[in-house]
Design a protein around this ligand. Sequence first.
Ligand SMILES: C[S@@+](CC[C@H](N)C(=O)[O-])C[C@H]1O[C@@H](n2cnc3c(N)ncnc32)[C@H](O)[C@@H]1O
Length: 291
Amino acid sequence: MSAIDDLPPLREVIRAHGLSAQKSLGQNFLLDLNLTARIARGSGPLEGATVVEVGPGPGGLTRALLALGARKVIAIERDHRCIAALNEIAAAYPGRLEIIEGDALKVDVRPHLDGAEARVVANLPYNVGTQLLVGWLSTDPWPPWFSSLTLMFQREVAERIVAGPDSKAYGRLAVLTGWRAQARILFDVAPSAFVPPPKVTSSVIHVVPRAEPVPCALRDLERVTEAAFGQRRKMLRQSLKSLGVDPLALLSETGIDETARAEEIDVAGFLALANAFGRARGGGTGDAAGA
Ligand SMILES: C[S@@+](CC[C@H](N)C(=O)[O-])C[C@H]1O[C@@H](n2cnc3c(N)ncnc32)[C@H](O)[C@@H]1O
């Protein structure tokens, strides 16, 4: 019998610990252990893996990760009410679940990894999910401490993460993601799978960091994509004026048509523009730290 069989059903855990879902904490719980196992498996084989889970809540996904063989799960949960429920799981899997009570936006998980390669697997709170992803993709130095990110987002946000040029969903998030990683949608999850059900469909995405992304200063890429997508209907010769350098010089240096709009420029084009902007404003290129 595996340890998962010794734990009470999740509905009982939620009742016993008074874990009524709170909207302010983005709480939509997954109680179907087949689904949580599918999400866990989406991150790849778990035998021997170290996993960082953000927002374990009552622990449905945490249980799946451990039952499928993760060597260690480091779970960061902000809601104090969930800690007792998570301690029960920790007791069922001795030495394999470390619980950190805190805000994942503020916790530096690196000292907890003991140098092990780790992956992130999470059903993220929708209100801070994008902010967490941007933080992970902005990690310095690069390559980052994680080998992959397997994350649940609202479908609309997942589409903005994986989008390519010439689509409505393509924007700053897709350019940042495409620069540093390869991302794809694994599968959709219907609202009815959650308690309480959200209004929209969700998607699980899988993000794998690139070993050697094109050198670029993060801040320059941010500035250029902010200017370009901030006025996405305008031609770049107009929208890039807000950068305070000659937009025509940037566009001619990078061989990009001055009448093009942000949506038409691929990730390589934005990286070329960001590096040209870095040189024009007198900064260095290849300054991946984004200083
Ligand atoms: C969508 S629920 C997922 C819960 C659980 N993993 C599941 O799948 O049933 C998001 C979880 O993240 C927690 N949370 C919200 N904001 C957080 C933050 N800033 N840091 C860590 N956890 C957070 C919530 O308390 C909640 O447990």
